[in-house]
Write a protein that binds this ligand. Structure first.
Ligand code: HEM
Length: 238
């Protein structure tokens, strides 16, 4: 984790019986959509994927239609055609390209967040460690300690390598108003968006664990049956 200290949080989706909490994922989407999406793309997620976290088809259409995208097909003169987003579109990126993204961020590049949780997590089943990291980062903004040299345009963040980050503190208490009425503290928003980004990077995270569990159960049952059969077969022989 880049040498920074990361607090272990408790996540609904961690462990053998873990499951994403859809209400939390929806709140996390709200935070991403209203706050993070101003600077970060989420290229690998399509609007239609939001049905997987419990949005209705109608809600997905509404979310997609709120953005204007350039269709892959130009018009007959070869000019780009703008249209409202569709459920089949990938999430709209805030900037046209890297230069535009850097120009708006003091030269720094806000990374695409599609795989950020996975890429900041440990190996194997530890995907929730990515969520720990994200939560620590988003709640890690502080006044720099006396004598700390903070470069121009940088913020002090104890959850980030080197403790200085070009990302301004994106969260504030009440910065979003949750549709489900949950109180939007910084900690709550950090928790929810970290869960959402874990889901975004590994939509099949829980399936993977359950599939592993089923395989283990199968192997145990199979071994017991094989043993019982072996005893029966050999019982006749002496
Ligand atoms: C970097 C998440 C909002 C600008 C990052 C990183 C993450 C992240 C995970 C990478 C940290 C690392 O390398 O480990 C988020 C989330 C947001 C959010 C979850 C919403 C809650 C924003 C906003 C802006 C922004 C609104 C612009 C105003 C940046 C920039 C970087 C960055 C410029 C690169 C920082 C550096 O390399 O020093 N963000 N971000 N982010 N973010 Fe955000």
């Amino acid at each position: 984790h880049h040498g920074v200290h990361v607090e272990k949080e408790s996540w609904s989706f961690q462990g053998f019986f873990g499951k994403f909490d859809k209400a939390q994922l929806q709140r996390g989407f709200q935070v991403y959509n209203e706050v993070c999406a101003a600077c970060h793309s989420l290229d690998l997620v399509h609007y239609r994927n939001l049905t997987e976290i419990g949005l209705t088809e109608a809600q997905v259409k509404e979310v997609a239609a709120a953005v204007t995208v350039v269709d892959a097909m130009p018009d007959e003169n070869g000019d780009p055609v703008e249209r409202p987003g569709l459920p089949s579109d990938p999430f709209k990126a805030p900037f046209a390209n890297e230069q535009a993204a850097r120009a708006s961020n003091n030269g720094a590049l806000p990374p695409d967040l599609s795989l950020i949780a996975r890429s900041r997590a440990g190996a194997g089943f530890g995907a929730h460690e990515g969520a720990d990291y994200l939560h620590g980062l988003l709640t890690g903004y502080q006044e720099p300690p006396a004598g700390f040299e903070l470069a121009d345009g940088m913020q002090y963040n104890e959850g980030f390598l080197g403790f200085q980050i070009a990302m301004p503190n994106p969260l504030s208490d009440g910065g979003v108003t949750y549709a489900d009425g949950t109180e939007a503290t910084v900690d709550q928003q950090a928790r929810d968006v970290s869960a959402f980004l874990t889901w975004a990077g590994e939509p099949n995270y829980e399936n993977r664990i359950y599939t592993g569990m089923k395989a283990m159960l199968f192997l145990i049952v199979f071994t017991l049956i094989a043993y019982a059969v072996k005893r029966r077969v050999w019982a006749k022989i002496h």
